[in-house]
Design a protein around this ligand. Structure first.
Ligand code: HEC
Ligand code: HEC
Length: 459
């Protein structure tokens, strides 16, 4: 009897220890990625988006298992690496059960220009194709090469140092669960089939919300695809009606809605971390134009700007921070039409019962008059990124290119924007991609337009 009790005691002790170890290893959440330096934090810190993120150990092996689909590793999808860094800019890792990858604000709000490795903080991520990245994750999960054996063998070669308990957990839990999760993700993303592909530098910021609110985006074909905006100098945007369609005048809500769209959940949002990025972004400087400016033309250009553009685009202008009605600005209306009264009502439920519950959304009647700081690197232009250069934007609609390539960072200082001979073809005739409207300045004689462009380089 005694021996049996003692044995039982030992077994119970082992089970409890095992559960405690299991709890620490798999159940207790890890610390978020945090950096003392605010710029490092912006680039690599965690905002709470890893909670449903792709398992890091498996993620590391994917480009090696599918080299034909990701020949340049994650850079294939437009992620940028800094030398000596294991993770691309904009990606953080945190343990939720197991280490998982997540996006942060730098994913979509940093870029590079030409061959320079310098990361331009706050610039729209011109090369990043989140849709191609998502397709890669979905499609590889059903590939016959996506097996526990292959993944774990590659992880060992990688030196990821996972032990035998981990290997069992990955083989019997993580990888099978990942496959079913990705099937679910594929089903949820059916709506993408009826929209033109985003291509690099853009994302549909509306339909994932409609999906979240069970508005069934798969049953219609409304397009919410927008160009990534810049994230600097937010101070001069505070209180303005912004987002491309001017639907929200609270900077805090714009920050939180971005984090939620980036993968965080209402409960996983890391408010302290987001506040740090938000505080940095208030005074983060717009990058200076790095090429030649013809300073003899600048004063004339500035005069034209003051007379024809400043009322909408310069802080203090009479309509600055308001939305220009669609009938007047005349650009593609899809993004505006997507934001319906029903969507508006649903946005009011985000954060229900929390101190930050959303309350600043509205249905606007057009697109927002935003400042043009750092405009040289915000190309392609307009909310849908349908006009490649400033030269083209100031040209009559008929002279704007119908098709052009996106996704490269080759800068054209003549036309002021990115001009590429290869990349992802952008067709302005596709739904949501219209390049008409915003005719301001297009009627000016060419010499005046060129002077205006010289001035715009200095903003
Ligand atoms: C997946 C890409 C992505 C990530 C990640 C992301 N953003 Fe954005 N952000 C966008 C897009 C796209 C828009 C434009 C949305 C619109 O207007 O329809 C935007 C808009 C914004 C705006 C409003 C800009 C304006 O004034 O009109 C702010 C502010 C912003 N983001 C801040 C952040 C912050 C802070 C984070 C991190 C917490 C973040 N974003 C993460 C893509 C992203
Ligand atoms: C009546 C208000 C108004 C005036 C005047 C105006 N704009 Fe705009 N501008 C807008 C609106 C609204 C948008 C956004 C349109 C869209 O994205 O569909 C915009 C967008 C832009 C963009 C693209 C911004 C980006 O990040 O892609 C540039 C560049 C621009 N305007 C330059 C000018 C210049 C130069 C002038 C003067 C010749 C001018 N605008 C006059 C309202 C105005």
């Amino acid at each position: 009897m005694k021996l049996r009790y003692r044995l039982l005691g030992i077994i119970v002790a082992i089970v409890i220890t095992g559960m405690a170890v299991g709890f620490v290893l798999y159940v207790k959440d890890g610390e978020p990625a945090k950096f003392d330096n605010e710029i490092e934090h912006f680039k690599y810190g965690s905002i709470g988006a890893e909670v449903n993120g792709y398992p890091y150990v498996v993620w590391q092996t994917l480009p090696k298992l599918f080299p034909e689909r990701a020949p340049q590793g994650w850079a294939t999808f437009g992620f940028s690496y800094e030398s000596g860094k294991q993770l691309p800019v904009g990606v953080s890792v945190r343990k939720y059960g197991i280490p998982r990858v997540g996006f942060n604000c730098a994913t979509c709000h940093t870029s590079t220009v030409n061959e320079s490795p310098e990361i331009i903080l706050g610039a729209p991520a011109n090369k990043l194709d989140t849709e191609a990245y998502l397709s890669f994750l979905i499609e590889t999960s059903t590939d016959p090469r996506f097996t526990a054996d292959a993944i774990l063998a590659e992880a060992s070669r990688n030196g990821d140092g996972i032990g035998w308990v981990d290997r069992l957990v990955y083989r019997y839990f993580v990888i099978p669960k990942l496959k079913t999760t990705l099937q679910q993700v594929a089903a949820e993303n059916q709506w993408r089939a009826s929209r033109p592909k985003h291509g690099p530098g853009r994302t549909d910021a509306g339909n994932p919300w409609r999906l979240h609110f069970q508005m069934h985006p798969e049953l219609d074909n409304l397009v919410g695809t927008v160009d990534f905006p810049s994230l600097w100098n937010q101070q001069i945007r505070e209180g303005s009606w912004l987002h491309w369609d001017g639907n929200n005048n609270s900077l805090q809500e714009r920050n939180l809605s971005a984090a939620l769209a980036g993968g965080a959940t209402e409960d996983s949002l890391d408010h302290a971390s987001i506040e740090r990025v938000a505080a940095w972004s208030l005074n983060a400087p717009a990058p200076r134009y790095p090429f030649k400016v013809d300073s003899t033309l600048v004063p004339a250009g500035e005069q034209i700007y003051q007379a024809r553009c400043a009322s909408c685009h310069a802080p203090g202008g009479t309509s600055y921070g308001e939305a220009t009605p669609i009938e007047e600005v005349g650009t593609d209306s899809q993004r505006l039409d997507l934001f319906t009264d029903e969507l508006l009502k649903n946005f009011g439920t985000v954060g229900k019962g929390k101190p930050w519950q959303f309350s600043h959304y509205r249905k606007s009647s057009g697109y927002a008059n935003q400042p043009l700081d750092g405009i040289w690197v915000r190309a392609p232009y307009l909310h849908n990124g349908s006009v490649p250069t400033l030269f083209d934007l100031l040209a009559p609609t008929a002279e704007r290119p119908t098709q052009f390539f996106r996704g490269c960072v080759t800068y054209d200082p003549e036309k002021v924007g990115f001009v590429c001979s290869s990349g992802t073809l952008f067709d302005t005739r596709e739904r949501g991609n219209g390049n008409g409207g915003h005719l301001y300045g297009t009627e000016l004689p060419i010499a005046q337009r060129l002077a205006l462009i010289e001035y715009l380089k200095t903003l």
